[in-house]
Design a protein around this ligand. Structure first.
Ligand SMILES: *Cc1c(COP(=O)(O)O)cnc(C)c1O
Length: 396
């Protein structure tokens, strides 16, 4: 079959991406997802998984998934409202709701779907969505699917949010929606200020807590608990695919009426398959593990503090923030890439991010610290950072 015009076009576009160094090549991991992984036959310490508490492959969670398979089977072959709801789906939704102190929750195949199916059912062209400019792609797409008026406020800029709320005063409902944790910078949304503004302008507040749930806050309730405002947040979306075991599954937690409405109107829920039983059982177990002890959260805090102090002590610039996401700033994209390559050669697996993923001139290596990292692994990483940084002339 000859190549179509589309294929020919894509070939030149892909060549262009490669020429600009923007083509994403995936590295193959030849082991399980752990703090130590095998890549190209080499054993490397992993600093780029969202595995903040090290629960991906946690034995109890894997066992729960196996139990889910045994007791409830592999697939549902149905969406929830036809014949895809098992007892465990309802139990998991109740557990997630209780976890966040909300009335109910609704499961999705992913948080991408939770965000994709959140706005369109709730808001119409009479309403307004106020969205942080750095919000996750799934929020941006979800907002695009919705007819509400869109107000994009500058990142964490409360004066700008206030101005936009003022502009949106005439609308029927206003919803402010933000990532609780911004994954490229590791900073938190100013949720207390956002809630104050929401009170003042009669707005609903929603957060996407994907990078907070499980490890932030005293009891792991995420970014809102960390900032002491969990009870002031109306809607929380999140994932089972990061801290909570790392497989997949997403959810929205809110008041009962909001969740009931989503069950009736949210398209990724209505028209996509039920979350498989094994993931549902594993998700519940992950929440049990979070509730059973704060040891892993404390270990994560210690590991993050050690890593940050070591990097800063060596002369690297690390963006400030309270999360285990440590953006080590290089500015220049080539420097960041060379640094990442040098680190990989020394057994440290990190990824360099540059434009357009982050703003021009703000290239970085984003480290994600895990409770699963040992002191030796962190020391090894710090030594490698110093050696490679010096050899590239990036630190003294
Ligand atoms: C990872 C992530 C998502 C997507 O979650 P999935 O469950 O993997 O679809 C959505 N929002 C944010 C902020 C994320 O970091």
């Amino acid at each position: 079959m000859p190549d179509t015009n589309l294929v020919n076009f894509l070939r030149t576009e892909i060549a262009d991406l490669k020429a600009k160094g923007l083509h994403k090549a995936e590295r193959r991991i030849e082991s399980r997802q752990l703090s130590d992984i095998r890549v190209n036959g080499q054993s490397v310490v992993n600093f780029c998984a969202n595995n903040y508490l090290g629960l991906a492959n946690h034995p109890e969670i894997v066992k729960a998934a196996e139990q889910g398979l045994k007791d409830w089977g592999y697939g549902l072959s149905s969406v929830r409202f036809i014949c895809g709801t098992q007892d465990i789906h309802k139990q998991a939704e109740q557990q997630i709701a209780r976890f966040f102190g909300k009335q109910d929750s609704i499961l999705y195949i992913s948080c991408f779907d939770a965000n994709g199916g959140l706005f369109e059912p709730l808001l119409t062209d009479q309403d307004a969505i106020l969205s942080d400019e750095l919000n996750h792609a799934s929020i941006i797409d979800g907002v695009r699917l919705c007819k509400a008026q869109r107000f994009r406020y500058k990142h964490n800029d409360m004066a700008d949010l206030k101005a936009k709320l003022e502009e949106a005063k005439g609308c029927r409902f206003r919803m402010i929606f933000t990532d609780s944790v911004f994954s490229m910078d590791g900073d938190l949304a100013k949720l207390a200020d956002i809630c104050d503004l929401a009170d003042q302008y009669d707005a609903v507040v929603g957060i996407d807590d994907c990078h907070g749930t499980g490890h932030l806050g005293k009891t792991g309730r995420g970014g809102a608990e960390e900032l002491g405002v969990l009870d002031r947040i109306d809607v929380i979306t999140g994932t089972l695919g990061k801290t909570l075991g790392g497989a997949s599954g997403g959810f929205t937690a809110a008041k009962a009426e909001v969740v009931d409405w989503l069950r009736n109107k949210s398209r990724p829920y209505l028209f996509s398959n039920s979350v498989p039983s094994s993931l549902v059982m594993a998700g519940m177990k992950a929440l049990d593990v979070i509730d059973a002890s704060s040891d892993l959260r404390e270990k994560l805090k210690r590991n993050t503090a050690k890593m940050r102090a070591g990097l800063e002590g060596a002369g690297f610039t690390v963006k400030p923030g309270p999360t285990p996401i440590l953006p080590v700033m290089f500015g220049d994209a080539v420097a960041a890439v060379k640094m990442a390559e040098g680190l990989l050669a020394k057994g440290i697996y990190v990824i360099a991010f540059s434009f357009p993923v982050v703003p021009q001139g703000q290239a970085r290596i984003r480290l994600q610290v895990s409770a699963a990292h040992t002191d030796e692994q962190i020391d090894k990483a710090l030594t490698a950072f110093k050696e490679v940084g010096k050899s590239l002339g990036l630190i003294k």
